[in-house]
Design a protein around this ligand. Structure first.
Ligand code: MCA
Ligand code: AMP
Length: 503
C-alpha cells in the first residue's frame, strides 16, 4: 500500500485511533472497515482511477474510514461541509465531477437529493461500512504521486476552487509538522475543527494518524466540553483558530472560581497548544497565557500549501509573529515585479515552494498557472521579517475575508446577494471584529421600492450560502463609493461599515 499515510497507519496495530460517541476505535478496526468501504465503492471495478468521491460525515471514526476507503479504491476524496446548504453541496459535487456521493444517514435528507439531481451514485455510510456480506476482491496499487484529495477554498475568484493534493504532498505536509511539533504515538489530541479544511484534516487528524496518536472527535465545538477535556488531564495537544480561543476565554471568565481552577490546572498539563488559520491577537495570546499557562504556538499556512511558517516548539515564540519556515518548506518574499526583497523590514508578498504544495486547482489550468511564479506559489499574503520571524501584515486582495478561520470570497457573496429581488447592487467587505477576526459586511443599493433588514437578508442567504459567508453587518446606502473608473472603493467602504447595524 504505497499511500504513505496508510503505510504508517498499518504499523499502528491495535493502538487506539479515534475516540468518538461510540467509544474507542483501534487503527486495525478502521483499516479493516476502510477495505470493506473500498470494495463497495469499487463495486467490481479494479480501480476508481482517480474518480472523485464526495463525502459528508460527522466527526468520528466514520470520517477516516470513508476517507481511507476512497483512497484504497484509487479514488480522490472530496470532503463536504456539514454547514453547507444544498446549493453549495451541489456546486462541490458538480465542480469536482464526483461520480459517487457518500453520506452519513444524518445528512441523507440534504445530500441524497443533491446527488440524484446531479445524476450521481449515492451511497449511505451505513451500507458502505456494513460488516455483513463483505465483497471480495483485490484492492488496487495506489502510487504516492496520485491525486488524494480536493479541498475547496475561496479566493479572488467568485466560486471556491478545488485545491488538489497528492498523497505524496499530503505526506510531506504531515511529516513536516510531526517533526516540527514533536508528535508522538502517546499524544492525544481533541479535534475542535471541521473536517473539510486543512487545519482539521492535516494538522489534527492527519498528524495523529501518522504518529499513531489518539484523536478525540466529539460531534462539534463546545467550549465547556473542551475545558472539561483539558481538566481530565488526558490530552497532550490542542489546535484551534483564534475565535475558538476567544470563546474558551469567554466561557472561563464566566465560570465559578472552583471550576476555573480545575480547568486551568488541567490545561497546563497539555504539552502544546497551537493557533492558526487567522491572526492571533496579542491580547488573546496574553490572556490565554494567564489562564491556561500556555504561550500559544502560532503558525501560518494555506490550503494550497499546508503549513508554511511556525513559531518554535522550543525557544521563543514571538507574539504577533508566525515564526520561520517549517522543515521542507522554502519561503521567499517578492515585490510586485517578482524581485526577491532582501530587506526584512520592507513589506513583500510571501511565496512558497516545497514537496507539500498542491498540484492544481481542479479543472482550472489558468487559475493554477496564475497562482505560481517560476515554480513558487504566490500566497497573496504580505509580511515583514523581524529577527528571523515573519510578521504578517495582511492580504493583497480586499476581496478575501477571514471570519472565524473560514476564508470567504467577497465576490462570491456579492454574486449571490445580487440575485435578491430587493438588491440592485452591493459590495461585500471584511470588517475587523474582536470575536471573529473579521466579519462579513455588506453595503447595499436597494432596487426601486425594495426594503431589506439584516434578519431577512440572513434568512434568505442561508439557504444559498454556508452560514459563515452570510453577512452579519448590513448598511443600506444611496450609492456605493466608487472611484473615477466606477470601481467600488472597498477600503473606504470597510471603514464606514465597521459601525454598521450588527446582529
Ligand atoms: C459560525 N458562524 C459564523 C462562523 N462560524 N459566522 C461567521 N464566521 C464563522 N466562522 C455563525 C453560526 O452559523 C451562527 O449563525 C453564529 O455564527 C454563531 O454560531 P456559533 O454556534 O456560536 O458558532 P460555532 O458553530 O460555534 O462556530 C464557531 C467556530 C467555527 C467553531 C469558531 O466558525 C469554526 O469551526 N471555525 C474554524 C474554521 C476552520 O477550520 N478554518 C480553517 C481553514 P446564526 O446565529 O445565524 O445561527 S484551513 C486554513 O485556514 C489554513 C490551511 C490554515 O492556516 O489553517
Ligand atoms: P485558507 O485558504 O482557508 O487555507 O486560508 C489561508 C489564509 O489564512 C492565509 O493566506 C492567511 O491569509 C490566513 N492565515 C493562516 N494562518 C494565519 C496566521 N497565523 N495569521 C494570519 N493569517 C493567517
Amino acid at each position: 500500500m504505497p499511500i504513505p499515510l496508510l503505510e504508517r497507519v498499518l504499523a499502528h496495530g491495535d493502538r487506539p485511533a479515534v475516540l468518538d460517541a461510540e467509544g474507542r476505535h483501534p487503527y486495525t478496526e478502521l483499516i479493516d472497515a476502510s477495505a470493506r468501504a473500498a470494495r463497495r465503492l469499487l463495486a467490481g471495478r479494479s480501480d476508481l482511477g482517480e474518480g472523485r468521491v464526495a463525502f459528508l460525515t460527522p466527526p468520528g471514526a466514520v470520517y477516516p474510514t470513508v476517507q481511507w476507503g476512497i483512497w484504497r479504491a484509487g479514488g480522490v476524496a472530496v470532503p463536504l461541509s456539514t454547514l453547507h446548504p444544498p446549493p453549495e453541496l451541489a456546486y462541490t459535487v458538480e465542480d469536482s465531477g464526483a461520480e459517487i456521493v457518500v453520506g452519513h444517514p444524518g445528512f441523507e435528507e440534504r445530500l441524497r437529493p443533491v446527488a440524484e439531481a446531479a445524476g450521481r451514485r449515492y451511497l449511505s455510510t451505513a451500507a458502505l461500512l456494513a460488516p455483513a456480506g463483505e465483497p471480495a476482491g483485490e484492492l488496487p496499487d495506489v502510487e504516492a504521486g496520485r491525486r488524494a484529495t480536493i479541498v475547496y477554498t475561496s479566493g479572488t475568484t467568485s466560486r471556491p476552487k478545488g485545491a488538489v493534493t497528492s498523497h505524496a504532498a499530503m505526506a510531506a505536509q504531515i511529516s513536516s509538522l510531526v517533526e516540527a511539533w514533536g508528535w508522538r504515538a502517546d499524544d492525544r489530541i481533541l479535534l475542535a475543527l471541521p473536517l473539510h479544511h486543512v487545519h482539521g484534516i492535516v494538522n489534527v487528524a492527519g498528524c495523529a494518524q501518522w504518529s499513531g496518536a489518539l484523536c478525540e472527535m466529539p460531534p462539534g465545538f463546545d467550549a465547556e466540553r473542551v475545558w472539561e477535556r483539558f481538566a481530565s488531564g488526558e490530552l497532550t495537544l490542542f489546535m484551534a483558530v483564534p475565535t475558538i480561543y476567544r470563546r474558551l476565554i469567554a466561557v472561563w471568565e464566566e465560570a465559578p472560581e472552583s471550576r476555573r481552577r480545575r480547568w486551568s490546572e488541567g490545561a497546563r498539563r497539555l504539552r502544546l497548544m497551537v493557533s492558526g488559520s487567522a491572526a492571533l491577537p496579542v491580547p488573546t495570546l496574553e490572556r490565554w497565557r494567564e489562564i491556561a499557562g500556555h504561550t500559544l504556538l502560532e503558525r501560518y499556512g494555506m490550503t494550497e500549501t499546508g503549513m508554511i511558517l511556525s513559531n518554535p516548539l522550543d525557544g521563543e515564540r514571538r507574539p504577533g509573529c508566525v515564526g520561520a519556515p517549517l522543515p521542507g518548506v522554502e519561503v521567499r518574499r517578492v515585490d510586485e515585479g517578482g524581485e526577491v526583497v532582501e530587506d526584512p523590514a520592507t513589506p513583500a508578498e510571501v511565496e512558497v515552494r516545497g514537496p507539500g504544495l498542491f498540484r492544481e486547482y481542479w479543472g482550472s489550468s489558468e487559475a493554477t498557472a496564475d497562482a505560481f511564479r517560476d515554480g513558487w506559489f504566490r500566497t497573496g499574503d504580505v509580511a515583514v521579517v523581524e529577527e528571523g520571524s515573519y510578521r504578517l501584515l495582511g492580504r493583497k486582495s480586499v476581496d478575501i475575508v477571514k471570519t472565524g478561520g473560514y476564508k470567504v470570497s467577497a465576490l462570491e457573496v456579492e454574486e449571490v446577494l445580487r440575485t435578491h429581488p430587493a438588491i440592485a447592487e452591493c459590495a461585500v467587505v471584511g470588517v475587523p471584529d474582536p470575536e471573529w477576526g473579521e466579519r462579513v459586511a455588506v453595503a447595499v443599493e436597494l432596487a426601486d421600492g425594495g426594503e431589506l433588514t439584516l434578519d431577512e437578508l440572513r434568512a434568505w442567504a442561508r439557504e444559498r450560502l454556508a452560514v459563515y459567508k452570510v453577512p452579519s453587518r448590513l448598511r443600506v446606502v444611496e450609492t456605493l463609493p466608487r472611484n473615477a473608473l466606477g470601481k467600488v472603493v472597498k477600503p473606504e467602504l470597510a471603514k464606514s461599515l465597521a459601525g454598521a447595524a450588527p446582529r
